[in-house]
Design a protein around this ligand. Sequence first.
Ligand code: 5AD
Length: 350
Amino acid sequence: EHLYDKIDRLEAGESLDRETYTELIEKRNEDLAGYLFEKAVQMREKFYGNRIYIRGLIEFTDYCRNDCYYCGIRKGNRRAERYRLGREEILECCKKGYSLGFRTFVLQGGEDPWYTDDRITELVGTIKKKYSDCAVTLSIGEKERESYERYFEAGADRYLLRHETVCEEHYKTLHPPSMSYAHRQECLKNLKDIGFQTGCGFMVGTPGQTAENLADELLFLKEFQPAMVGIGPFIPHRDTPLGNQAPGSAELTLYLLGLIRLLLPKVLLPATTALGTISHDGRERGILAGANVVMPNLSASLVQGKYELYDHKIYTGAENAAELELLRSCMKKIGCEVTVDRGDTKMDTR
Ligand code: 5AD
């Protein structure tokens, strides 16, 4: 059977097996990728037209209690410049974002103990009250179920928690023994169960990752049925244990975006900052591979480059009308339109 036929079967909603995904990944070439992207864009257009959703990203703290081997804001990185935005600064980001047309705010940060559940719920409640037509997404790591329940009751709509890798052995090579694969998976199940529009995701090209691992990622996504999936290339950070490793590629990331679009036709799929960092036109190519979300930064001017997960992280902000206009015109060039919309999932979340 031709590899093109396998992509057709995926497009038709068939579930492929591990061997087939592995083959699709290992034997990919430019022509096959072109074919995949064509199908993936058709699928995106079927459910979303040419609309691209924007999320206002607020990177509000880079304090983190974890020590992930790949991440620049890991606790063990003494060189990281630590900062924490206060309540008023965060609300200021939302205000600016709202006036520009953002209708989703993503509060993302390290696992910072200063930001207790009380502080998070107060913040979420305030934002939801001020901007009642907006969605709030939290991306603040692993918590107890009770904490997630409190955030949800406070009005948080969505939660992003990348699982990073679905292979337990591989997970252990990327994280210290203090972190547990099982707990991260349990967090994802809890989030979905509570009713959040839940996003998971993984890095592409982390040291030791194989085509079989990536096939397992696709099988996991099909089973878990997340509302959102965040993937991006691994990019080494000089002050981390994996600082000397090779980065992941834009090419493989794009290919996986295409596969994910066919696998989960309605999924909210961002063209991530890491993709834009590894390739100057990565964001646009991500959209042309099936992505339908971009997440411009609303906090960059306050944070001044300190939220440094990896080396040379680019600034993709839209903190003023001119910057947002630039984004609009980039999207227009590839036939897409940035919309003022919450951009909720079209999948069943229960
Ligand atoms: N390269 C690419 N992505 C990274 N992340 C953290 N460190 C890196 C890195 N060095 C990603 C992780 C995390 C998200 C917030 O950023 O997947 O979940």
